[in-house]
Design a protein around this ligand. Structure first.
Ligand SMILES: Nc1nc2c(ncn2[C@@H]2O[C@H](COP(=O)(O)OP(=O)(O)O)[C@@H](O)[C@H]2O)c(=O)[nH]1
Ligand SMILES: [Mg+2]
Length: 292
C-alpha cells in the first residue's frame, strides 16, 4: 500500500514557507527572499518517503487583494486549498501572532483539512520564548493534528516533521517518479531563481514591479543557456536593476547561474535583458504570458 497527497503550505508572507518547501524536498525549487510576495504562482515541491509521497503546494501569501496581480494570487490560494488533502500552517516564532494568522486559521478550520502547525524560525529565539511561541500557535488552531517547532533554514526539527507527513495522506499511488522534485518546467524554475536573485539584491518598491520572462533555454555541449527578460514598470527602476555600468544585472546573472548549475548539476549560462513595460501588473494579457 502506498500513500500520496497534496499538502498546502499556508501562512503569512515571509514566515518561511518556500524555505520549508525547499528543505523538505531537499532541492531548491521555490524562490526565497526577505521580500513579501516573493511567491507569486503556486509552486509544488515533492517530498519522497518510503511508501509515500507528499506534494507540497507553496502558495502565494494570504492577503487582501490590492491590484489585479494580488487578486489573481488570492484566487489561486482559494482554489488550491480546496484541492488539498492537508495543510501545513507555518508561523514565524519570532513574531507575535497577528490578525493575519487568525484569518488563515479560520480559513483552514472552515475547509476542515487536517493541519500540522509549524512554528518556524526557532533558531532566532531562546528556549523560553520558543515555549511561548508554541503555546500561542497551539491556541490559534485547537483541532491541529500535530505541532512542530522547526528551523527551515538551519534544519532543526525537520526530520520529526517529515516523519509526521505520511499520516496526513490518503492511500494512493505516487504522482511523480523518483527523483522529481517539482512540477515546474525548467523554464519556470529558471525564471523563479532569476527573480529570487534579483529580489535578494533590490530594495523597496522595485521587487513588486519586477517580473522575469524566460525567452529560451538551450542545451549545448558546454551546458545550458538561459535567455531572459527582466521586466520593470518604470525607466527609473530599469536604471536600478541594470546598476552602475551594468554591475547589478551582472551580479543577478551570476547568482542565478550559480543556483541553476547547482540544481541541474551542469554548467549554466545566463543572459539577461532589462525592459520597461508600464503597468504590466494591471495587464491581463501580460499576466497570462507570465503564467501568473
Ligand atoms: N533565521 C531564519 N530565517 C528563515 C527561516 N526560514 C525562512 N527564513 C528567512 O525568512 C525570509 C522569508 O522566507 P521565505 O521562505 O521566502 O518566506 P515565505 O514568504 O513564507 O515563502 C527569507 O529571508 C528566509 O531566508 C528560519 O528557519 N530561520
Ligand atoms: Mg514564498
Amino acid at each position: 500500500m502506498s500513500r500520496s497527497g497534496l499538502i498546502a503550505l499556508a501562512g503569512r508572507p515571509n514566515v518561511g514557507k518556500s524555505t520549508l518547501a525547499n528543505a523538505l524536498a531537499g532541492r531548491h525549487v521555490a524562490a526565497v527572499s526577505p521580500r513579501p510576495q516573493t511567491t507569486r504562482r503556486r509552486v509544488s515541491a515533492v517530498v519522497h518517503g518510503e511508501g509515500w509521497q507528499a506534494v507540497l503546494l507553496d502558495l502565494p501569501g494570504f492577503q487582501r487583494p490590492a491590484d489585479r496581480l494580488t487578486e489573481r494570487m488570492q484566487t489561486t490560494v482559494d482554489r488550491s486549498l480546496a484541492d488539498c488533502d492537508a495543510a501545513l500552517f507555518v508561523l514565524n516564532a519570532a513574531e507575535p501572532v497577528g490578525g493575519g494568522d487568525r484569518f488563515i486559521a479560520e480559513r483552514l478550520t472552515a475547509v476542515g483539512l487536517p493541519v500540522i502547525v509549524v512554528v518556524n524560525q526557532v533558531d532566532r529565539l531562546d528556549p523560553a520564548r520558543i515555549a511561548g511561541a508554541i503555546a500561542a500557535a497551539a491556541a490559534l488552531l485547537p483541532g491541529f493534528h500535530a505541532l512542530h517547532p522547526v528551523s527551515a533554514k538551519g534544519g532543526d526539527g525537520l526530520d520529526a516533521l517529515r516523519a509526521d507527513l505520511p499520516a496526513l495522506l490518503p492511500e494512493g499511488p505516487p504522482f511523480f517518479p523518483p527523483g522529481v522534485a517539482t512540477d515546474q518546467t525548467d523554464e519556470e524554475i529558471a525564471g523563479e531563481l532569476i527573480r529570487e536573485a534579483a529580489l535578494q539584491r533590490l530594495r523597496e518598491e522595485v521587487p513588486h514591479a519586477l517580473a522575469v520572462q524566460v525567452e529560451s533555454l538551450t542545451p549545448g555541449r558546454r551546458g545550458r543557456t538561459v535567455e531572459a527578460t527582466v521586466l520593470v514598470e518604470h525607466d527609473s527602476q530599469k536604471g536600478i536593476v541594470v546598476g552602475r555600468g551594468g554591475a547589478m544585472i551582472r551580479d543577478i546573472g551570476t547568482a542565478a547561474r550559480a543556483a541553476l548549475s547547482r540544481l541541474w548539476g551542469e554548467e549554466v549560462h545566463v543572459s539577461l535583458h532589462v525592459k520597461t513595460r508600464k503597468r504590466w501588473r494591471r495587464d491581463d494579457a501580460m499576466l497570462d504570458r507570465l503564467g501568473l
